[in-house]
Design a protein around this ligand. Structure first.
Ligand code: PGA
Ligand code: ZN
Length: 431
């Protein structure tokens, strides 16, 4: 029985307010969770409720979302017995009553949903990953580390948002993260040596003013080699150019265009952009490309999947928004072969698990993700292990809101011992 529900306004890694929720079961089992927050969000994400009161936090306060937890949700939940996560989440969805959680706010709803999962884990005395899915064996993920930040995550000249390294040729998660960190620190010296700044962006990757987008790839490959690893054999590349942010829809039936708004200001058609990805994939050891096309460019996505969908992993983030209904449309139309998983895009644990199960049932991959605005909450580490997702992205090699997830994975790997196995390269579609 739920005996206590309480939310408060706390801060995320950008210093913006977000919702933290506490739940107690039977007066003694506690769960606490904090919702993250995106910057390059998909249009169809569940609603992040903000106060829009310019006198507090420049309009970004979340007192309404907090009050919805402490009033409506508390009244509905306290004194009730929910046997399963699905029962709790269905009650929250019904109480909200809107398709995108705009009445109560997905930031408050998600914090309550995750806090309940953690409280249940505490009551059963099991780790969170086992509470989410009870298995005899689990897979430890390849950490895809975002070592160069651009796009909306950094004030630099790089248009594409995320350049990630995937250290996959390792016998354990611990060794994979060590390899990644060695490359991260090598990259720092390399940038310094070339006279670039080594300040970091929102996700902890370096944010230098590079001369061109492909220079980011070249520098990372150099750092991998300098650190003593073989690009493509030991460590491959993953990209999230977040092209919805570059896309401008056409007017009067004209086709939409992608604008390189931070570097050259030049534009490209979907076909040209797809050509760029095909040439990068043939030149560089890229195993995963996320949002290579914009969320409103389904025709572009169709071409893109036809060209590269049988070669590498193509992940849909903004286009699917972790939403099972939209993912089903994508599956029906052969769009992408993998889905990005962000709990706060959909707003409950149950719906997130439903999206992941739908993906697996259709031979799609699941790439679990943090948000650019993160916190010390490490739920995504447990979620990745619970569903054997095989890979996740949770930032670069620094900043505690990022490495806290790596640290949780190190603990989980240690605890699992021989019941845990590192995923390696086969975690990626088509590898
Ligand atoms: P966001 O970025 O958290 O700012 O939305 C992450 C992503 O695009 O994958
Ligand atoms: Zn993305």
């Amino acid at each position: 029985e739920i005996t206590h529900v309480h939310a408060r306004e706390v801060l995320d890694s950008r210093g913006n307010p977000t919702v933290e929720a506490d739940i107690t079961l039977s007066g003694q089992h506690h769960g606490r969770a904090i919702s993250p927050s995106g910057a390059s969000t998909g249009e169809k994400e569940a609603t992040e409720l903000r106060d829009a009161d310019p006198k507090r936090y420049q309009g970004k306060g979340v007192q309404k979302a907090v009050s919805n937890v402490n009033n409506q949700m508390r009244r509905r939940l306290v004194g009730q017995l929910f046997d399963t996560q699905a029962q709790l989440d269905e009650a929250l969805i019904a109480l909200d009553g809107t398709p995108n959680k705009s009445a109560l706010g997905a930031n408050g709803i998600l914090a309550v949903s995750i806090a309940f999962a953690k409280a249940q884990a505490a009551a059963r005395q099991v780790p969170l990953y086992r509470q989410l899915a009870d298995r005899s064996h689990y897979t430890l993920p390849v950490p895809c580390m975002n070592v160069i930040n651009g796009g909306r995550h950094a004030d630099n000249t790089v248009d594409f948002q995320e350049f990630m390294i995937a250290p996959h040729n390792a016998d354990s998660f611990a060794n994979a993260i060590r390899m990644g960190e060695e490359v991260f620190h090598t990259l720092k010296s390399l940038l310094k040596g070339k006279g670039y700044v080594t300040a970091v962006g929102d996700e902890g990757g370096f944010a230098p003013d590079l001369k061109a987008n492909d220079e980011a790839v070249e520098l990372i490959l150099e750092a991998i080699s300098q650190a003593g690893y073989r690009p493509g054999t030991d460590i491959s590349l993953c990209l999230d150019p977040a092209t919805s942010e570059l896309y401008e829809a056409g007017t009067n039936g004209a086709p939409g265009l992608y604008r390189f708004f931070k570097s050259t200001k030049k534009t490209m058609t979907s076909q040209e952009l797809n050509g760029l990805w095909e040439s990068w994939v043939s030149q560089y050891p890229i195993v995963l490309l996320e949002d290579g096309m914009g969320e409103n460019d389904w025709a572009g996505w169709h071409q893109h999947t036809a060209a590269l969908g049988s070669k590498i992993e193509l992940v849909g983030d903004d286009i699917f928004c972790t939403n099972p209904l939209i993912l089903q449309q994508g599956i029906d139309q052969h769009i992408a072969n993998s889905v990005l998983i962000k709990l706060n895009q959909i707003g409950t644990v149950t719906e997130t698990l439903r999206t992941m199960e739908l993906a697996y049932a259709n031979n799609y991959g699941c790439f679990v993700s943090h948000r650019s605005g993160e916190t010390e909450d490490t739920t995504i580490a447990d979620l990745t292990v619970a569903l054997n997702a095989g890979h996740l992205k949770t930032g670069s090699g620094c900043r505690s809101e990022r490495v806290s997830k790596f640290n949780q994975l190190l603990r989980i790997e240690e605890e699992l011992g021989s019941a845990g196995k590192f995923a390696g390269l086969k975690a990626f579609k088509n590898q």
